[in-house]
Design a binder for this molecule. Structure first.
Ligand SMILES: [Zn+2]
Length: 502
């Protein structure tokens, strides 16, 4: 056997890379430039450069064409995967008729996509407190959830314009929802209406029950509200908007108005965002015919009594569910325990035993909110992976709270979120850090369903649009629905339908 020199060994290695590239090119569709990097390292370290020259260029070209993919590589030992449609993220590989495989987390910032539900918790800086989020439905209809403070108007408007332009429907049916009437949630309304040049329909409780609201905040917001079509959930359907009113509501009939865009409809109220929808669960301490102020105690005039009136709603597409609750209080620090009250009347067809996939932590993850029962119901510790998100601004000193992070992260000695995490737009001064916390550092938290809601991506995007973290999770209901067989009989690479016992 002839003795091989250094250049021969290098060429042999390049040949292996070439062969691998050919195999990978034939078996997968999503690429990353790994092999050229390896080849370049070989080129730089080779001692017999003259014998390399003849092979290097063609091999590099072939390696580039076939470079990296999700498919298992015996040579480089990467994880097994599947073939994905680059536009829709849908797994195209055959898998014995089971649910498709869980797509690889995207390495680009998420954006709205036709057929899927998108949600973005916007990072808000400066010294003013603020929180805002934008959801975009599968058809391009959009929903602004709270507005942030006046100083945040430009940031929120810019994100709204970018997100609605990404998938502009012919006849957009946009909405803005105000969870409650504190400045960090409503002050930017007028400026945003001007900034986005649109007239979304306003969903709020109406000009009622203002005992814990600052007069100036409400007057400014209400003047802006007059410029919008609106659904005032705690007033009669035809009631005119009177900003000077000091009405005490007796009920919230709007919780039974069915599709809020259909005049005269009835049933549990909701908004359509194409095939996605936002179910309105509670507002003003009212759920169905049950009222906190009647059954437990009247709200007072402190700031947290207004928080207790926050609107609670479930955003969903297919199996995917995300719960928002504004600054709803749960009894912490002596606040009204509306969370526990709502749990006792929560319809099981809205949030069943499986809880939700993503829980927006109330009141910027402060100790007033997210009580033990609430967290256990929304994020049951059953071994499945779920996630929590926090909308905090620089001004929310102390958010997120360590006690809340601990409660969400663990149930006794076991992890509550499975492989899920807690994603925050920022850690405010004096806010806690935690091993499960992902900090977008004043960027944004972006979520988009895939496979029609059977799974979802979640990302932390820095203020410079860099992807700081990107993960994929199966929606819990999808896992449950797709588990007719024990895990031992399922394809190992398919974890949307992973049936492993929790
Ligand atoms: Zn707030």
């Amino acid at each position: 056997m002839p003795r091989l020199g250094g250049g021969d060994w290098c060429c042999l290695l390049l040949g292996c890379i070439f062969a691998e590239a050919v195999v990978q090119r034939a078996t997968c569709g999503s690429c990353r430039p790994l092999q050229p990097g390896v080849a370049l390292i070989v080129l730089r370290s080779g001692s017999h450069r003259s014998s390399l020259r003849r092979y290097a260029l063609p091999l590099l070209i072939v390696a580039w064409l076939g470079s990296g993919c999700h498919t298992a590589s015996p040579l480089l030992g990467r994880d097994a995967g599947a073939r994905f449609d680059r536009r829709t993220d849908v797994d195209l590989s055959p898998n014995d008729g089971d649910a498709p495989c869980l797509p690889t987390p995207p390495q680009q910032p998420l954006r709205p996509l036709s057929g899927e539900l998108y949600y973005e918790q916007i990072g808000l800086g400066g010294i003013a407190l603020g929180e805002a989020a934008v959801a975009v439905g599968p058809n391009g209809d959009a929903l602004l959830v709270d507005t942030g403070n006046t100083s945040h108007a430009a940031t929120v408007s810019r994100r709204w314009i970018a997100l609605t332009a990404a998938m502009a429907p012919n006849a957009p049916n946009h909405h803005v929802l105000l969870t409650h009437y504190h400045a960090d949630h409503v002050d930017a309304l007028a400026k945003i209406i001007d900034g986005i040049g649109a007239r979304p329909r306003l969903i709020w409780r109406g000009a009622v029950d203002l005992s814990a609201v600052k007069a100036g905040t409400f007057e400014t917001m209400c003047a802006a509200a007059k410029r919008l079509p609106h659904a005032s959930l705690c007033l009669a359907r035809a009631a005119a908007l009177d900003c000077s009113a000091t009405v005490r509501s007796q009920s919230c009939p709007g919780l039974g108005w069915g599709n809020l865009d259909v005049e005269g409809d009835s049933g549990p109220s909701y908004l359509s965002l194409g095939k996605a929808r936002l179910d309105i669960i509670a507002v003003n301490g009212t759920i169905g015919s049950h009222r906190f102020e009647v059954d437990v105690s009247p709200f007072g005039t402190e700031l947290n009594d207004e928080n207790g009136r926050s609107l609670v709603a479930l955003l969903r597409l297919g199996d995917f569910r995300l719960l928002i609750s504004g600054d709803l209080t749960g009894g912490g620090k002596g606040t009204p325990n509306v969370e526990t009250f709502l749990l006792s009347h929560l319809p099981s067809d809205v949030v069943g035993a499986v809880g939700v996939d993503v829980l927006h932590l109330g009141h910027h993850a402060r100790e007033t909110s997210n009580n033990q029962q609430w967290v256990e119901r929304m994020l049951p510790a059953d071994g499945y992976s779920r996630n929590a998100i926090v909308g905090a601004s620089t001004g929310h000193i102390g958010s997120p709270y360590a006690s809340v992070l601990d409660r969400v992260s663990t149930a006794g000695a076991t992890p509550r979120l499975g492989e899920g995490r807690i994603w925050t737009t920022t850690v405010a001064p004096l806010g806690a850090t935690h091993r499960d916390l992902v900090d977008a550092r004043l960027g944004s938290i972006r979520i988009r369903t895939t496979l029609g809601g059977r799974a979802y991506f979640i990302q932390a995007i820095g203020a410079d649009e860099r992807v700081l973290a990107s993960e994929t999770y199966a929606s819990v209901a999808s896992k449950l629905a797709n588990c007719p067989r024990p895990s031992s009989q399922r394809p190992a690479r398919c974890n949307v339908s992973d049936c492993q016992a929790p």
